[in-house]
Write a protein that binds this ligand. Structure first.
Ligand code: HEM
Length: 455
């Protein structure tokens, strides 16, 4: 072999020898974030593994995170296969998350404005009112409140009221059951298909469709009377259907219109629940947050301009929680073609986990990575600004379209929670238990006590 062919020859890729058939399932179930970090430390940036008989390649580290946004990454990685099951289950032809290339761009263009921060411009005080209403309803003084569930109701109330004018609270449980089954069985494939035959799932799915049909009827009625500049996400999706049905056929309306609930429910609920824990767990942080939010709301209503800059401690706590408790531990993709990554051969059609959260836990980028340190993000430290180290909202063409909206939603919700309520953990030594499916986050039995009202 010549020197040239030697350097070009792909490196040998390690394979994790797990248990027969189940493979690495237990590592994943125990905690995918830690499992991927351990894999990276032991095997390097590329390793093959199997889960329930299905083979995957894990690519991880800053190299993998930055690769997703490169031209080569866009050409080599595709989302379609992972979402096919969901698309089929809705009787749709496609969904934003499962498209690639030009058709993905078309759908993102339809939904960009509706999912943006601008969509709630002028409505921050309304968002605060909705949030307060949720606390009055679900977080009663003297009670132990199940935090994730409380946040789920809050998210549906906020998104529903802002997007459609009414919150479909009676559908929260159905949306959750449907997402749980579809994500677990068809997208992340951590559970067997037989679960989709359960009556509880079938009933919940029928109810989500019922909600979808209502949304279609209302959006159709609004189309004739809403000026293009006044349209919200739901109106934009309906306008795309009426004006360019090849981009948004009737079959794709339900999955697209109920999309914000699927995209926002578990993500924001799990994240806000985790922030509730991290802040209460660190009294010094809680004190700083209290001072900040008391000043923020001192005048009654709030100014929207530069909101996040005016609450640096809370924003630091949010970012630090999203580093340590990422809801998107890895992004799932398929190899569009044969390619080399870090010298390893990846084959067309292979299923890939891109472990974008692995660098979140690496001391090379974050001094004392295990420490909850809310000041990492302020200049001059700005540790998150190093390339590829911080990806709570994903990377590449599918980077969270609701990111800027979610940032405001999370900041306002948490600011209001700590402003209004005097909270404590169940016990001072309480240590958070987490769940992994379908979205990693605090366990459903995580509760906090409402000691009283602060305002
Ligand atoms: C804690 C809050 C959130 C986090 C951490 C988060 C994270 C993510 C991640 C990692 C992705 C990329 C998935 C992939 O590449 O396969 C994504 C996609 C997406 N997110 Fe979020 N998200 C959050 C909240 C929201 C909210 C509130 C909305 C809107 C209501 C939203 C809308 C979307 C949409 C529409 C996509 C699909 C983008 C595409 O495929 O092009 N997200 N999100």
């Amino acid at each position: 072999m010549t020197a040239a062919t030697q350097t070009l020859a792909p490196r040998e890729t390690p394979t994790i020898r797990g248990l027969p058939f189940v493979g690495s399932l237990f590592g994943m179930v125990k905690g995918p974030a830690q499992f991927f970090v351990d894999c990276y430390r032991q095997y390097g940036p590329v390793v093959r593994l199997s889960i329930l008989g299905q083979k995957y390649v894990l690519i991880a580290g800053v190299e993998a995170a930055t690769f997703m946004g490169t031209r080569e990454g866009k050409e080599c990685l595709r989302s379609k296969q992972f979402w096919e099951g969901l698309v089929g289950e809705y009787g749709a032809t496609r969904t934003l998350t499962g498209e690639d290339g030009e058709t993905h761009k078309q759908l993102r263009d339809v939904m960009r404005s509706g999912y943006s921060k601008e969509s709630i411009k002028g409505r921050y005080n309304e968002l605060i009112e909705i949030t307060d209403r949720c606390f009055t309803r679900d977080w009663k003084v003297g009670q132990l409140v199940p935090v994730v569930e409380g946040m789920q109701y809050m998210v549906v109330d906020q998104l529903g009221t802002i997007l459609t004018g009414a919150a479909p609270l009676e559908y929260v449980k159905d949306i959750r059951t449907t997402i749980l089954h579809i994500l677990n069985v068809l997208v992340t494939r951590q559970r067997p298909k037989i679960l989709l035959k359960r009556p509880v799932y079938k009933k919940a799915k029928a109810r989500v469709f019922e909600l979808g049909y209502k949304m279609i009827a209302e959006a159709k009625a609004r189309y004739a009377t809403t000026r293009p500049e006044d349209r919200n996400l739901i109106d934009d999706i309906m306008a795309a259907h009426i004006e360019t049905p090849d981009v948004m056929p009737a079959s794709d309306l339900i999955v697209s219109l109920t999309g914000p609930y699927v995209a926002g429910l578990d993500t924001v609920a799990n994240t806000t629940a985790a922030i509730t824990y991290t802040v209460l767990k660190h009294p010094d942080v809680l004190k700083r947050v209290h001072e900040e939010v008391d000043a923020l709301f001192a005048g009654g209503t709030i100014e929207e301009e530069d909101l996040l800059k005016r609450i640096p401690s809370l924003q630091g706590a949010i970012m630090e929680t999203m580093r340590l408790y990422p809801i998107a531990v890895a992004q799932m993709r398929t190899a569009t073609k044969d390619f080399l990554f870090e010298g390893h051969q990846i084959h067309e059609g292979e299923m890939i986990y891109v472990g974008t959260s692995v660098p979140h836990f690496m001391g090379e980028y974050w001094p004392h990575p295990e420490k909850f340190d809310i000041d990492r993000y302020a200049k001059p430290r700005a540790e998150h600004m190093q390339p590829g180290v911080y990806s709570p909202y994903g990377r590449g063409p599918h980077t969270c379209l609701g990111k800027s909206l979610a940032e405001i939603q999370i900041a306002l919700s948490m600011a209001r929670l700590f402003y209004k309520l005097d909270l404590e953990l169940e016990t001072p030594n309480y240590k958070l238990k987490t769940k992994t499916a379908p979205t990693p986050g605090p366990a459903m039995d995580f509760k906090v006590r409402v000691k009283g009202l602060r305002h």
